[in-house]
Design a protein around this ligand. Sequence first.
Ligand code: CP
Length: 315
Amino acid sequence: MKNYTTLADIEDLESLIREARGLKSKNTESELGKGKTLGMLFFNPSLRTRLSTEKAAKLLGMDVMVMNADKDGWALEFEDGAVMNSDKAEHIKEAAAVLSQYCDIIAVRAFPGLKDREKDESEQVMNSFKKYASVPVVNLESATGHPLQALTDAITIQEINKKERPKVVLTWAPHPKALPQSVPNSFTEMMQNLDVEFMITNPRGYDLNANIRKNVRVEHDQEQAFRDADFVYVKNWSSYDEYGKVLDVERDWTVDQEKLQQTDNAKVMHCLPVRRNMVIADDVLDSESSIVIQQANNRTFAAQAVLKRILECLK
Ligand code: CP
């Protein structure tokens, strides 16, 4: 694997999931990454991505450098040919090239602005790092995708699933703030690559990008969608059509135990962080239905498998 910026970078998904699950079961350290450095740049906050990816790199013997690029770094200019007379002190051309002198892999988190759909969809930050870095680039959640999370989700479903073709439902849930579509986008893409019956449920006005949904069924009645589900993946996202807007905080979409009665004893997933009693009720998060902690634990093994594949290409 040369980069991991989108799910399209995965050559063989089954083999990558197998690798991650094998790393989890062996729970061993390796020297593959000895003498190599992972540099992680965060333009936005993180708990899981930051710590699980650092842990994964260290399990592979790598050194890790982390920078809160939004607070500690120079403000970066991404426009080609810009006259740099604003507050942006450094161009991505130098920044990515210099980072490539210190790091063997660069990992970047950069959320969307949620104001300009075309700009967000251009993935300017991630693609600029890819263009100007001379080392592999890993996506720690970008404007439109969160491929490490989606790989984690696939691993988690596979390790828990007991059915030949489980029913997986991605449900929108309320949230007071405008959130990116990155996690639901990548989850939707990932589910189309697994042998599952996949369905999305969301209020009208919240349909995800049709180019990502493709032929996935969208059901606007949450109760109907939950019927016989084996996995319920809960996530809020802002509107795609009325780009970046919170149309209505529909509190009756909060996932609670009563709603889960429709399912086939479904396991409930969420990428975290989750707002309790807004997105998912306490009676779910504090019950056996919730697998969010197991899911978060798997972030380490997803990252470890991806970094291992990239390191194997660097040899
Ligand atoms: N799921 C996830 O990406 O968590 P963090 O934002 O805490 O990294």
